[in-house]
Design a protein around this ligand. Structure first.
Ligand code: PMP
Length: 421
Protein backbone atom coordinates (compact mmCIF):
# COMPACT_ATOMS: atom_id res chain seq x y z
CA UNK A 1 0.00 0.00 0.00
CA UNK A 2 1.23 3.47 -0.78
CA UNK A 3 1.63 6.06 1.94
CA UNK A 4 -1.18 8.11 0.43
CA UNK A 5 -4.63 6.96 -0.56
CA UNK A 6 -5.22 6.55 -4.32
CA UNK A 7 -8.63 8.19 -3.80
CA UNK A 8 -7.46 11.26 -1.90
CA UNK A 9 -7.43 13.29 -5.12
CA UNK A 10 -11.23 12.94 -5.35
CA UNK A 11 -11.68 15.16 -2.27
CA UNK A 12 -11.26 18.85 -3.02
CA UNK A 13 -10.50 19.68 0.60
CA UNK A 14 -7.10 18.05 0.14
CA UNK A 15 -6.15 20.25 -2.81
CA UNK A 16 -2.87 21.71 -1.48
CA UNK A 17 -3.78 25.37 -1.77
CA UNK A 18 -7.11 24.81 0.03
CA UNK A 19 -5.52 23.67 3.30
CA UNK A 20 -2.11 23.04 4.74
CA UNK A 21 -1.66 19.25 5.07
CA UNK A 22 -4.95 18.11 6.60
CA UNK A 23 -4.82 14.83 8.46
CA UNK A 24 -8.52 14.00 8.68
CA UNK A 25 -9.13 11.20 11.18
CA UNK A 26 -12.77 11.95 11.99
CA UNK A 27 -14.75 9.97 9.43
CA UNK A 28 -16.93 8.43 12.16
CA UNK A 29 -18.27 11.95 12.81
CA UNK A 30 -18.81 12.62 9.13
CA UNK A 31 -17.19 11.58 5.86
CA UNK A 32 -15.60 14.21 3.71
CA UNK A 33 -17.42 14.65 0.41
CA UNK A 34 -15.97 13.49 -2.89
CA UNK A 35 -16.25 16.07 -5.65
CA UNK A 36 -18.44 13.67 -7.66
CA UNK A 37 -21.15 13.97 -4.99
CA UNK A 38 -20.91 17.75 -4.69
CA UNK A 39 -20.96 18.13 -8.49
CA UNK A 40 -23.97 15.83 -8.91
CA UNK A 41 -25.92 17.84 -6.35
CA UNK A 42 -24.87 21.13 -7.91
CA UNK A 43 -25.87 19.87 -11.34
CA UNK A 44 -29.24 18.64 -10.13
CA UNK A 45 -30.04 21.85 -8.31
CA UNK A 46 -28.96 24.13 -11.18
CA UNK A 47 -30.16 22.22 -14.23
CA UNK A 48 -32.76 19.57 -13.44
CA UNK A 49 -34.58 20.67 -10.33
CA UNK A 50 -38.37 20.65 -10.54
CA UNK A 51 -41.01 20.00 -7.97
CA UNK A 52 -41.75 16.29 -7.81
CA UNK A 53 -45.05 16.83 -6.02
CA UNK A 54 -47.17 18.57 -8.61
CA UNK A 55 -50.82 17.76 -9.27
CA UNK A 56 -51.35 14.12 -10.07
CA UNK A 57 -52.15 14.67 -13.72
CA UNK A 58 -49.07 16.81 -14.27
CA UNK A 59 -46.65 14.76 -12.23
CA UNK A 60 -43.14 15.38 -13.30
CA UNK A 61 -42.42 11.81 -14.20
CA UNK A 62 -38.68 12.25 -14.49
CA UNK A 63 -38.49 13.39 -10.85
CA UNK A 64 -40.60 10.48 -9.70
CA UNK A 65 -38.50 8.08 -11.75
CA UNK A 66 -35.41 9.56 -10.15
CA UNK A 67 -36.83 8.99 -6.68
CA UNK A 68 -37.82 5.40 -7.46
CA UNK A 69 -34.45 4.70 -9.08
CA UNK A 70 -32.82 6.07 -5.94
CA UNK A 71 -34.86 3.64 -3.81
CA UNK A 72 -33.74 0.81 -6.08
CA UNK A 73 -30.11 1.87 -5.79
CA UNK A 74 -30.27 2.05 -1.97
CA UNK A 75 -32.17 -1.26 -1.76
CA UNK A 76 -29.43 -2.90 -3.78
CA UNK A 77 -26.72 -1.25 -1.65
CA UNK A 78 -28.10 -2.67 1.62
CA UNK A 79 -29.35 -5.95 0.19
CA UNK A 80 -33.06 -5.24 0.59
CA UNK A 81 -35.32 -7.32 -1.59
CA UNK A 82 -37.69 -4.51 -2.56
CA UNK A 83 -37.23 -0.84 -3.23
CA UNK A 84 -40.60 -0.30 -1.53
CA UNK A 85 -38.83 -0.96 1.79
CA UNK A 86 -36.73 2.18 1.44
CA UNK A 87 -37.95 5.39 3.09
CA UNK A 88 -35.93 8.57 2.63
CA UNK A 89 -35.56 10.83 5.64
CA UNK A 90 -33.05 13.18 7.24
CA UNK A 91 -30.74 10.59 8.80
CA UNK A 92 -30.32 7.79 11.31
CA UNK A 93 -31.85 9.89 14.10
CA UNK A 94 -34.96 10.52 12.03
CA UNK A 95 -35.24 6.79 11.26
CA UNK A 96 -35.18 5.81 14.95
CA UNK A 97 -37.84 8.44 15.68
CA UNK A 98 -40.03 7.28 12.80
CA UNK A 99 -40.01 3.78 14.26
CA UNK A 100 -40.59 5.03 17.80
CA UNK A 101 -43.60 7.12 16.76
CA UNK A 102 -45.05 5.00 14.00
CA UNK A 103 -44.44 1.44 15.17
CA UNK A 104 -43.57 1.18 18.86
CA UNK A 105 -45.85 3.87 20.31
CA UNK A 106 -49.07 2.35 18.88
CA UNK A 107 -48.01 -1.05 20.27
CA UNK A 108 -47.46 0.46 23.70
CA UNK A 109 -50.79 2.29 23.63
CA UNK A 110 -52.65 -0.89 22.65
CA UNK A 111 -50.85 -2.96 25.31
CA UNK A 112 -51.54 -0.46 28.07
CA UNK A 113 -55.23 -0.40 27.13
CA UNK A 114 -55.26 -4.14 27.76
CA UNK A 115 -53.48 -3.63 31.08
CA UNK A 116 -50.27 -5.24 29.84
CA UNK A 117 -46.71 -4.12 30.63
CA UNK A 118 -44.18 -3.07 28.01
CA UNK A 119 -40.44 -2.80 27.85
CA UNK A 120 -37.92 -1.54 25.33
CA UNK A 121 -34.44 -3.06 25.13
CA UNK A 122 -31.36 -1.22 23.88
CA UNK A 123 -27.67 -1.95 24.36
CA UNK A 124 -25.25 -0.23 26.72
CA UNK A 125 -23.27 1.16 23.78
CA UNK A 126 -25.90 3.30 22.07
CA UNK A 127 -25.51 6.73 20.54
CA UNK A 128 -27.86 9.31 22.09
CA UNK A 129 -29.98 9.13 18.94
CA UNK A 130 -30.84 5.53 19.77
CA UNK A 131 -31.60 6.38 23.41
CA UNK A 132 -33.60 9.61 23.49
CA UNK A 133 -36.38 8.55 21.12
CA UNK A 134 -37.02 5.59 23.45
CA UNK A 135 -36.68 7.67 26.59
CA UNK A 136 -39.55 9.83 25.37
CA UNK A 137 -41.80 6.75 25.29
CA UNK A 138 -40.51 5.55 28.64
CA UNK A 139 -41.44 8.89 30.22
CA UNK A 140 -44.79 9.25 28.45
CA UNK A 141 -46.08 5.74 29.16
CA UNK A 142 -43.99 4.51 32.10
CA UNK A 143 -42.65 1.62 30.07
CA UNK A 144 -39.42 0.01 31.20
CA UNK A 145 -36.11 0.69 29.44
CA UNK A 146 -33.79 -2.29 29.73
CA UNK A 147 -30.11 -2.00 28.95
CA UNK A 148 -28.34 -5.01 27.47
CA UNK A 149 -24.82 -5.18 28.91
CA UNK A 150 -21.62 -5.58 26.94
CA UNK A 151 -19.15 -8.41 27.18
CA UNK A 152 -15.49 -7.71 27.99
CA UNK A 153 -14.70 -7.26 24.27
CA UNK A 154 -17.23 -4.41 23.99
CA UNK A 155 -19.78 -6.38 22.00
CA UNK A 156 -23.33 -7.08 23.16
CA UNK A 157 -23.35 -9.97 25.63
CA UNK A 158 -25.87 -12.23 23.91
CA UNK A 159 -26.45 -14.58 26.85
CA UNK A 160 -27.30 -11.66 29.14
CA UNK A 161 -29.35 -9.98 26.43
CA UNK A 162 -31.47 -13.14 26.14
CA UNK A 163 -32.44 -12.77 29.81
CA UNK A 164 -33.85 -9.28 29.17
CA UNK A 165 -36.10 -10.18 26.25
CA UNK A 166 -39.60 -11.35 27.11
CA UNK A 167 -43.18 -11.34 25.84
CA UNK A 168 -43.56 -7.67 26.88
CA UNK A 169 -40.59 -6.43 24.84
CA UNK A 170 -41.86 -4.06 22.11
CA UNK A 171 -38.54 -3.61 20.36
CA UNK A 172 -34.86 -4.45 20.58
CA UNK A 173 -32.87 -1.48 19.23
CA UNK A 174 -29.09 -1.67 18.99
CA UNK A 175 -26.18 -0.46 16.95
CA UNK A 176 -24.56 -2.61 14.31
CA UNK A 177 -21.30 -0.93 15.32
CA UNK A 178 -20.95 1.44 18.26
CA UNK A 179 -19.47 4.82 17.36
CA UNK A 180 -17.17 4.50 20.40
CA UNK A 181 -16.17 0.85 20.42
CA UNK A 182 -15.93 0.36 16.68
CA UNK A 183 -16.52 -3.38 16.50
CA UNK A 184 -19.29 -5.12 14.57
CA UNK A 185 -21.96 -6.75 16.69
CA UNK A 186 -23.08 -10.22 15.52
CA UNK A 187 -26.31 -8.76 14.18
CA UNK A 188 -27.63 -11.92 12.54
CA UNK A 189 -27.35 -13.90 15.77
CA UNK A 190 -28.98 -11.13 17.78
CA UNK A 191 -31.87 -10.76 15.32
CA UNK A 192 -32.36 -14.52 15.29
CA UNK A 193 -32.60 -14.51 19.07
CA UNK A 194 -35.17 -11.69 19.05
CA UNK A 195 -37.14 -13.33 16.27
CA UNK A 196 -37.31 -16.60 18.18
CA UNK A 197 -39.13 -14.64 20.90
CA UNK A 198 -41.33 -12.72 18.45
CA UNK A 199 -39.59 -9.38 19.08
CA UNK A 200 -39.01 -6.74 16.40
CA UNK A 201 -35.46 -5.45 15.85
CA UNK A 202 -34.11 -2.05 14.85
CA UNK A 203 -30.45 -1.77 13.88
CA UNK A 204 -28.65 1.55 13.95
CA UNK A 205 -26.30 1.05 11.01
CA UNK A 206 -24.80 4.56 10.97
CA UNK A 207 -21.24 3.32 11.60
CA UNK A 208 -21.53 -0.02 9.87
CA UNK A 209 -23.48 0.16 6.67
CA UNK A 210 -20.46 0.63 4.45
CA UNK A 211 -17.96 -1.60 6.24
CA UNK A 212 -20.17 -4.54 7.14
CA UNK A 213 -21.18 -5.66 3.64
CA UNK A 214 -24.65 -5.10 5.04
CA UNK A 215 -27.45 -7.29 3.69
CA UNK A 216 -30.64 -6.52 5.55
CA UNK A 217 -32.46 -9.49 4.02
CA UNK A 218 -29.84 -11.87 5.47
CA UNK A 219 -29.60 -10.08 8.81
CA UNK A 220 -33.39 -10.40 8.94
CA UNK A 221 -33.91 -7.24 10.99
CA UNK A 222 -37.23 -5.39 10.88
CA UNK A 223 -35.73 -1.90 10.68
CA UNK A 224 -32.31 -0.60 9.64
CA UNK A 225 -31.34 3.08 9.76
CA UNK A 226 -28.36 5.01 8.44
CA UNK A 227 -27.25 8.47 7.31
CA UNK A 228 -25.93 9.44 3.89
CA UNK A 229 -23.08 11.50 5.34
CA UNK A 230 -21.53 8.36 6.81
CA UNK A 231 -21.14 6.87 3.34
CA UNK A 232 -19.62 9.90 1.59
CA UNK A 233 -23.01 11.43 0.78
CA UNK A 234 -24.52 14.72 1.97
CA UNK A 235 -25.66 15.65 5.48
CA UNK A 236 -29.37 15.86 6.34
CA UNK A 237 -30.31 12.82 4.28
CA UNK A 238 -30.81 9.24 5.40
CA UNK A 239 -32.63 5.99 4.99
CA UNK A 240 -35.05 3.91 6.99
CA UNK A 241 -35.37 0.33 5.79
CA UNK A 242 -38.61 -1.33 6.87
CA UNK A 243 -39.64 -4.94 6.24
CA UNK A 244 -42.52 -4.83 3.73
CA UNK A 245 -45.24 -6.34 5.93
CA UNK A 246 -44.42 -3.90 8.73
CA UNK A 247 -44.31 -0.93 6.36
CA UNK A 248 -47.94 -1.58 5.44
CA UNK A 249 -48.99 -1.45 9.12
CA UNK A 250 -46.71 1.28 10.43
CA UNK A 251 -48.03 4.82 10.99
CA UNK A 252 -46.31 7.94 9.67
CA UNK A 253 -44.80 10.29 12.22
CA UNK A 254 -45.37 13.37 10.07
CA UNK A 255 -48.37 14.28 7.98
CA UNK A 256 -48.38 16.36 4.81
CA UNK A 257 -49.14 16.66 1.11
CA UNK A 258 -46.48 14.28 -0.21
CA UNK A 259 -48.10 11.24 1.37
CA UNK A 260 -51.67 11.76 0.23
CA UNK A 261 -53.53 10.53 -2.86
CA UNK A 262 -56.80 12.31 -2.07
CA UNK A 263 -57.53 14.75 0.71
CA UNK A 264 -60.97 15.57 2.10
CA UNK A 265 -61.94 17.22 5.37
CA UNK A 266 -63.48 14.02 6.72
CA UNK A 267 -61.28 11.29 5.29
CA UNK A 268 -58.13 11.24 3.20
CA UNK A 269 -56.49 8.54 1.17
CA UNK A 270 -52.77 7.85 1.45
CA UNK A 271 -50.15 6.15 -0.69
CA UNK A 272 -49.46 2.63 0.44
CA UNK A 273 -45.69 2.44 -0.10
CA UNK A 274 -42.76 4.39 1.34
CA UNK A 275 -44.21 7.71 0.06
CA UNK A 276 -46.63 7.49 3.01
CA UNK A 277 -43.64 8.33 5.21
CA UNK A 278 -42.34 11.15 3.03
CA UNK A 279 -44.84 13.88 3.76
CA UNK A 280 -43.11 16.88 2.23
CA UNK A 281 -41.20 17.70 -0.94
CA UNK A 282 -38.36 15.20 -1.12
CA UNK A 283 -34.86 16.43 -0.46
CA UNK A 284 -34.01 15.55 -4.05
CA UNK A 285 -30.62 17.25 -4.23
CA UNK A 286 -29.46 15.22 -1.24
CA UNK A 287 -31.01 12.02 -2.56
CA UNK A 288 -29.14 12.65 -5.82
CA UNK A 289 -26.00 13.10 -3.71
CA UNK A 290 -26.65 9.84 -1.87
CA UNK A 291 -27.10 7.96 -5.14
CA UNK A 292 -23.90 9.51 -6.49
CA UNK A 293 -22.04 8.45 -3.33
CA UNK A 294 -23.21 4.85 -3.84
CA UNK A 295 -22.25 4.99 -7.53
CA UNK A 296 -18.87 6.44 -6.63
CA UNK A 297 -18.20 3.68 -4.08
CA UNK A 298 -19.42 0.98 -6.47
CA UNK A 299 -17.25 2.39 -9.28
CA UNK A 300 -14.18 2.23 -7.04
CA UNK A 301 -15.35 -1.27 -5.98
CA UNK A 302 -16.74 -1.75 -2.50
CA UNK A 303 -14.66 -4.88 -2.18
CA UNK A 304 -11.45 -3.03 -2.96
CA UNK A 305 -12.32 -0.13 -0.64
CA UNK A 306 -13.01 -2.49 2.23
CA UNK A 307 -9.80 -4.45 1.66
CA UNK A 308 -7.91 -1.16 1.66
CA UNK A 309 -9.61 -0.06 4.90
CA UNK A 310 -9.01 -3.49 6.51
CA UNK A 311 -5.31 -3.08 5.90
CA UNK A 312 -5.25 0.51 7.12
CA UNK A 313 -7.28 -0.39 10.23
CA UNK A 314 -4.81 -3.12 11.15
CA UNK A 315 -1.93 -0.68 10.73
CA UNK A 316 -3.73 1.85 12.95
CA UNK A 317 -4.41 -0.65 15.77
CA UNK A 318 -0.88 -2.06 15.60
CA UNK A 319 0.76 1.39 15.61
CA UNK A 320 -1.37 2.69 18.48
CA UNK A 321 -0.90 -0.42 20.60
CA UNK A 322 2.88 0.04 20.40
CA UNK A 323 2.57 3.32 22.34
CA UNK A 324 3.16 2.57 26.02
CA UNK A 325 0.69 5.29 27.12
CA UNK A 326 -2.16 4.15 24.84
CA UNK A 327 -5.30 3.12 26.78
CA UNK A 328 -8.15 1.99 24.48
CA UNK A 329 -11.70 1.92 25.92
CA UNK A 330 -11.95 -1.79 25.43
CA UNK A 331 -9.31 -4.49 25.38
CA UNK A 332 -5.87 -3.64 24.08
CA UNK A 333 -5.70 -7.09 22.55
CA UNK A 334 -7.94 -7.07 19.53
CA UNK A 335 -8.38 -10.09 17.29
CA UNK A 336 -7.06 -9.87 13.76
CA UNK A 337 -10.58 -10.06 12.38
CA UNK A 338 -11.77 -7.27 14.68
CA UNK A 339 -8.73 -5.11 13.92
CA UNK A 340 -9.44 -5.50 10.23
CA UNK A 341 -13.04 -4.45 10.57
CA UNK A 342 -12.60 -1.70 13.09
CA UNK A 343 -11.83 1.60 11.40
CA UNK A 344 -12.50 3.59 14.55
CA UNK A 345 -10.99 3.44 17.99
CA UNK A 346 -11.58 5.42 21.18
CA UNK A 347 -8.83 5.75 23.75
CA UNK A 348 -7.15 7.81 26.40
CA UNK A 349 -3.47 8.61 26.86
CA UNK A 350 -2.26 7.63 30.30
CA UNK A 351 -1.87 10.65 32.60
CA UNK A 352 -2.79 13.22 29.93
CA UNK A 353 -6.16 14.93 29.71
CA UNK A 354 -7.95 14.11 26.46
CA UNK A 355 -8.69 17.79 25.75
CA UNK A 356 -4.98 18.62 26.03
CA UNK A 357 -4.09 15.90 23.54
CA UNK A 358 -6.87 16.97 21.18
CA UNK A 359 -5.87 20.63 21.17
CA UNK A 360 -2.23 19.80 20.51
CA UNK A 361 -3.19 17.47 17.68
CA UNK A 362 -5.56 20.05 16.24
CA UNK A 363 -2.79 22.63 16.29
CA UNK A 364 -0.93 20.21 14.01
CA UNK A 365 -3.95 20.04 11.70
CA UNK A 366 -5.03 16.57 12.77
CA UNK A 367 -8.82 16.35 12.93
CA UNK A 368 -10.24 13.85 15.42
CA UNK A 369 -13.05 13.70 17.99
CA UNK A 370 -12.71 14.34 21.68
CA UNK A 371 -15.54 14.03 24.22
CA UNK A 372 -18.24 11.46 24.84
CA UNK A 373 -19.17 11.19 21.13
CA UNK A 374 -22.91 11.41 21.99
CA UNK A 375 -22.55 8.22 24.00
CA UNK A 376 -22.54 9.60 27.53
CA UNK A 377 -24.20 6.61 29.24
CA UNK A 378 -21.55 4.31 27.77
CA UNK A 379 -18.78 6.58 29.03
CA UNK A 380 -20.43 6.73 32.46
CA UNK A 381 -20.64 2.92 32.55
CA UNK A 382 -16.94 2.77 31.72
CA UNK A 383 -16.31 5.33 34.49
CA UNK A 384 -14.66 7.79 32.11
CA UNK A 385 -15.74 11.24 31.06
CA UNK A 386 -14.08 11.60 27.71
CA UNK A 387 -12.11 9.77 25.10
CA UNK A 388 -10.22 10.61 21.95
CA UNK A 389 -11.60 8.94 18.86
CA UNK A 390 -9.68 8.31 15.66
CA UNK A 391 -11.53 7.02 12.60
CA UNK A 392 -10.48 6.23 9.06
CA UNK A 393 -11.89 6.99 5.63
CA UNK A 394 -10.95 6.13 2.09
CA UNK A 395 -8.79 9.27 1.78
CA UNK A 396 -6.45 8.15 4.57
CA UNK A 397 -3.14 6.39 4.05
CA UNK A 398 -0.27 5.11 6.18
CA UNK A 399 1.11 8.66 6.21
CA UNK A 400 -1.87 9.90 8.25
CA UNK A 401 -1.40 7.20 10.87
CA UNK A 402 2.33 7.87 11.03
CA UNK A 403 1.60 11.57 11.56
CA UNK A 404 -0.89 10.73 14.32
CA UNK A 405 1.57 8.46 16.09
CA UNK A 406 4.36 11.04 15.83
CA UNK A 407 2.08 13.76 17.24
CA UNK A 408 0.82 11.58 20.09
CA UNK A 409 4.41 10.69 21.00
CA UNK A 410 5.40 14.35 20.83
CA UNK A 411 2.44 15.29 23.03
CA UNK A 412 3.36 12.62 25.56
CA UNK A 413 6.99 13.80 25.68
CA UNK A 414 5.92 17.43 26.14
CA UNK A 415 3.55 16.56 28.97
CA UNK A 416 6.19 14.42 30.68
CA UNK A 417 8.61 17.34 30.41
CA UNK A 418 6.04 19.72 31.91
CA UNK A 419 5.56 17.34 34.84
CA UNK A 420 9.31 17.24 35.31
CA UNK A 421 9.64 21.04 35.33
N1 PMP B 1 -25.97 6.42 15.49
C1 PMP B 1 -24.65 6.37 15.45
C2 PMP B 1 -23.94 5.11 15.85
C3 PMP B 1 -23.93 7.47 15.00
O1 PMP B 1 -22.59 7.42 14.94
C4 PMP B 1 -24.63 8.64 14.61
C5 PMP B 1 -23.89 9.88 14.14
N2 PMP B 1 -22.77 10.20 14.84
C6 PMP B 1 -26.03 8.63 14.70
C7 PMP B 1 -26.66 7.51 15.14
C8 PMP B 1 -26.84 9.83 14.32
O2 PMP B 1 -26.70 10.14 12.96
P1 PMP B 1 -27.37 11.47 12.34
O3 PMP B 1 -26.92 12.59 13.24
O4 PMP B 1 -26.81 11.56 10.98
O5 PMP B 1 -28.83 11.27 12.39
Amino acid sequence: MSNLSPWKKDFSIFVPQAQPYLCYLDTAATCLTPKHVAEAMFHYQCYSHANSHQEKDQINSSEIDKLEQAREKVACFIGAQQRQSIVFNTGATDGVNQVAYGYVEPIIVAALKKGQHCNIVISAAEHHSNILAWQRLVKAYQVELRIAPLAIDGLIDIARLALLLDENTCILAFSHCSNVIGKMNPVEKICQLAKSKGIATLIDGAQAVLRSHCTVATIDCDFYVFSAHKIYGPTGCGVLYVKPDILREMLPSQWGAGMAKNVNYKESEFFSGPSRFESSTPNMASIVGLVEAIDYLNDLSLKEINLYLDDLAMYMHKSLSELAFYRPVVDKKITLRQAKMSTLVSFQCQNIHCQDVASLLRSENIALSCGNHAAQPLHSALAIEETLRVSLGIYNGYADIDKLIASLSHCHQMMALEDFV
